[in-house]
Design a protein around this ligand. Sequence first.
Ligand code: NAP
Length: 254
Amino acid sequence: MPEPHILLLGGTTEARRLAELLHPAHGYRVTSSLAGRVARPRTPPGEVRVGGFGGAAGLAHWLRAHTVTALVDATHPFAGTMSAHAARAAALAHVPLLALRRPGWLPVPGDDWRPVPGLAEAAALLPSLGRRVLLTTGRTGLGAFAALDDHWFLVRSVDPPEPGTPRPARLRTLLDRGPFTLEGERALLRGHRVDVLVTKDSGGTATAPKLTAAREAGLPVVMVTRPPAPAGVTAVATPEEAAAWLRRAGARPA
Ligand code: NAP
């Protein structure tokens, strides 16, 4: 009997960790799927495919054509379109689906967080909070801040913004990828005299030190809240729980 084939929708640290847990010694065939947005992604072990499937129908076709036993949606909590497609495709192809989604961050005493539903709302809030902004919401979506001529932005992202895309006039790009340290984040905020941080509620530990550094410095944090997850999909918080779910689901030889 062929080994169970797991399709892992990735692009996150957790997806890579799950690929490591399942491959190669544990009786699985694992294919990790990456969107292809990052120029030099950290590739997981096992098979890797890159690029979109062509919507939910395309993904359902891929699941059938490659005899996938179980689908794991381990995309970033803000990859809402892909998660919706995963739910639809799993239903169409009758393949069990698990969401691996790291929990969101929670404020602690001393935090000054301003939750907003999107980047446009984040931009609308900035004039009341500060002029020097550390922006960690990614290189796409900079257009939402383009009209803020009075503000200076330090944009931290893995890859540079696409040439020609709308962006604020006064901007410096810092190419970097987590994990980040508390020391480093303190120095960054101080060194650039940042007075407000804008972030997505990505969760996880790799990028959390900026929140501690902001709290220590008494800075407000504009926190973009998560898009809703698809209803009715079983979700776990860690790669270890996902591996256990796959074993329980029988996506493994007896
Ligand atoms: P999205 O808006 O939810 O997805 C847009 C389209 O990109 C999807 O419809 C799909 O194309 C394709 N796609 C997305 N993830 C894919 C994957 N893992 N494998 C193959 N195709 C994928 O996604 P996004 O927010 O642009 O994020 C893209 C990728 O970057 C995701 O894999 C995510 O895990 C990672 N990421 C996102 C963020 C973020 O803040 N959004 C942060 C860090 C990492 P088709 O419809 O053609 O299948």
